[in-house]
Design a binder for this molecule. Sequence first.
Ligand SMILES: Cc1cc2nc3c(=O)[nH]c(=O)nc-3n(C[C@H](O)[C@H](O)[C@H](O)COP(=O)(O)OP(=O)(O)OC[C@H]3O[C@@H](n4cnc5c(N)ncnc54)[C@H](O)[C@@H]3O)c2cc1C
Length: 358
Amino acid sequence: MDIAVVGGGIAGLTTALALTAQGLPCTVFERSDSAGSEGFGIQLAPNAGRVLDRLGLGPALDAVAVRPVARELRRWDGTLLARTELGEAATRRYGAPYRLLRRADLLRVLAAAFPGPVHHGRRCIGVEEFRGGVELRFAGGGRYRAAAVIGADGLHSAIRGCIAVDDERPTGFAAVRALVPADPGEEPRIVVRLGPGGHLVTYPVGGGLRNVVGILPTGADPATFFAAAGPLAADPASFSAFAGPLAVDPASLFAFAGPLAGGVPAPLLDRPPLPKWHRGRLAVVGDAAHPMLPFLAQGAAQAIEDAAAIAAALRTTRGFDAYEAQRRPRVERVVAAVDAGRHGAPATLPDHDWIYGC
Ligand SMILES: Cc1cc2nc3c(=O)[nH]c(=O)nc-3n(C[C@H](O)[C@H](O)[C@H](O)COP(=O)(O)OP(=O)(O)OC[C@H]3O[C@@H](n4cnc5c(N)ncnc54)[C@H](O)[C@@H]3O)c2cc1C
């Protein structure tokens, strides 16, 4: 029997790759019918980059990713508060580059590198432990026997529900995302613009596109909220000054009618801390273990760190205990830093060394 990985997202595929690199055979079960096609972007910080580079994915990622030269933190009116250089010196400092790319490209790179099977259209609905293994059950019938199960099935994880019972919690925030045209001549950088009760992040993702993420209070209308937040709407030029020229004016940013546009705010949920990340032959990684607000762009990065840690832990006699012992203190520190941003603390100020790992 091999190890079953439930969920073929960033956490699941990276876990599968890390297990394979440790010589541990595994099979991935993903509920969706096809590989991820989500268009929006993702920031891959150097702490994630180091793991992925060690798995041999650096060249494939570099073929599709943009390397930002800096991250800028600006007031809503465009005033520069801080600039963190992310170019070559940072790559040397952290041991891996900062990368910006489309999520679908990341999933494609991960899937292409995994030699084992990924079974699509298999939604796990329960597991039962038996002597020597675990049996997974799938919607629509079908079972699979595995030596152990790693739940990488996200915020609404079925595997987490087999370890402990808790509910998703509203955070009071929602996210709206869009892809808009980028200026071909612009300096590749991440710009975080802080507003009252919300913020806006933009960065290029390649292919002539820029990813925009707006964080705003749940229930607020994006166009009204971002227009009312300050001189942004009154002075589109100031928006351009902070984010580079855009083909759309800021107030209608999230109403952008292109085929890749987002526009509908999705409430951001999290869960209370999980008392144990594993039980018997079950364990969880990524958002299934520790969902967090996206304020530090670390959710996927921490999932990627989990993947390397759980695979290495399964090579030791302490198994899942070793995984949790290694990862929990670091994840709790990251979550605490993210949560500080809920109350307007400058969680995005450039003290990132401990996160990026030097
Ligand atoms: C607006 C926003 C911006 C973000 N930006 C960043 C960023 O820039 N950088 C960063 O590091 N993080 C970012 N994050 C966080 C990041 O998106 C998540 O932490 C990351 O996607 C978690 O990956 P995961 O694989 O654990 O979960 P998911 O991405 O949720 O993947 C779970 C997978 O499991 C599958 N699945 C679910 N249930 C089952 C089941 N029962 N059986 C089989 N399969 C199942 C799903 O279909 C999915 O493929 C952001 C989040 C948000 C909301």
